[in-house]
Design a binder for this molecule. Structure first.
Ligand SMILES: Cc1cc2nc3c(=O)[nH]c(=O)nc-3n(C[C@H](O)[C@H](O)[C@H](O)COP(=O)(O)OP(=O)(O)OC[C@H]3O[C@@H](n4cnc5c(N)ncnc54)[C@H](O)[C@@H]3O)c2cc1C
Length: 280
């Protein structure tokens, strides 16, 4: 839809073009959310897609995923291949979660080609499955401020409520870094919704690192992604008890499922994820 209050669109081509960020300005990435409903509080958009950040970069301590990486690029990730090296998908089994999380979105391939990883993370919807996958993989966001300062935020601390993050109005997410320990981990994924192709009611993602440390992440069922850590893959009883002990207010209540149902199915799915990780 047209956004009638917008009077200025800045196409950023370098970091210095981000100085106009602020409270009545929004970062424009894929625009799949921004153009889907009125944004009357905004007067300016700063388009970051012309910054031409490579979708993936292999760095010393992991894989860096640009905020502007599209969901299609993310889902198809075999980043070694993209960088002209032999494909490393076999060495990076965790990339399976990239595609699985994109398929958990209630979105067509048209959205996949345009929507970005950074947009999904910053929108911070409870059904933000790409956000959930990057939380499950212990991702860390590199945040750029308009004044040139940088900071890193662990993604598990990034979202503070539905559609609320720790980002300040003059900040953007530049990239998300996934550590090698997560890229080489075994993962498991389960999703349930009230209808087969409908919106997710609960998504559970598990990660077992090579040293056996295990993290189970619940999203879509909860208002923000919830991570439970273990030294070893937990038994079904242990993970269900851990979920039962969460703050009851964390379970999402909307037309796609009641909190009681979500808590129950998340427990069932988490048990399956834990069993799969125990066997991996
Ligand atoms: C049909 C349809 C189905 C959808 N289904 C789902 C779904 O199942 N789950 C889900 O989570 N979402 C869903 N969405 C919402 C949205 O499309 C996705 O979350 C998408 O990933 C957003 O990415 P984008 O690049 O289009 O973001 P944009 O629309 O460009 O931006 C989204 C928000 O994030 C901010 N932003 C974007 N990039 C950055 C950045 N790098 N730094 C700081 N702020 C930034 C923008 O200012 C804006 O507030 C759906 C949308 C549609 C139209």
């Amino acid at each position: 839809m047209d956004l009638h209050t917008i009077t200025d669109v800045v196409v950023a081509r370098q970091r210095a073009d981000l100085t106009s960020l602020g409270s009545s300005t929004a970062v424009l990435a894929g625009g799949t959310f921004l153009f889907s409903e009125p944004q009357d509080q905004l007067i300016r958009l700063v388009d970051i897609t012309a910054l031409e950040w490579p979708a993936f970069e292999i760095v010393d301590d992991g894989l860096e995923i640009a905020a502007t990486c599209t969901l299609a690029e993310f889902a198809g990730a075999a980043p070694g291949h993209e960088l002209g090296k032999p494909t490393m998908r076999d060495q990076w089994p965790a990339t399976a979660l990239f595609a699985q999380s994109c398929r958990a979105l209630l979105a067509s391939h048209k959205i996949w080609d345009t929507a970005t990883v950074g947009g999904n993370v910053c929108l911070a919807l409870p059904v933000g499955a790409v956000l959930g996958a990057l939380v499950a993989l212990d991702g860390v966001a590199l945040v750029w401020a308009a004044d040139g300062a940088d900071r890193c935020v662990a993604l598990r601390d990034f979202v503070v409520g539905p559609r609320r993050t720790v980002l300040r109005p003059d900040e953007i997410v530049r990239s998300i870094r996934v550590p090698w320990s997560s890229m080489t981990a075994h993962t498991s994924f389960r999703k349930i919704g009230l209808t087969a192709l409908g919106r997710s009611g609960a998504v559970v993602m598990g990660r077992r690192d090579r040293d056996d440390r295990t993290a189970i992440t619940v999203t879509a069922a909860t208002t923000t992604p919830v991570v439970v850590d273990f030294d070893l893959p937990p038994s079904e009883r242990r993970i269900r008890r851990a979920l039962d002990e969460l703050d009851p207010a964390c379970w999402l209540d909307d037309p796609h499922g009641s909190p009681q149902w979500r808590r129950h199915v998340a427990g069932v799915l988490a048990g399956q994820v834990a069993a799969e990780l125990r066997g991996s």
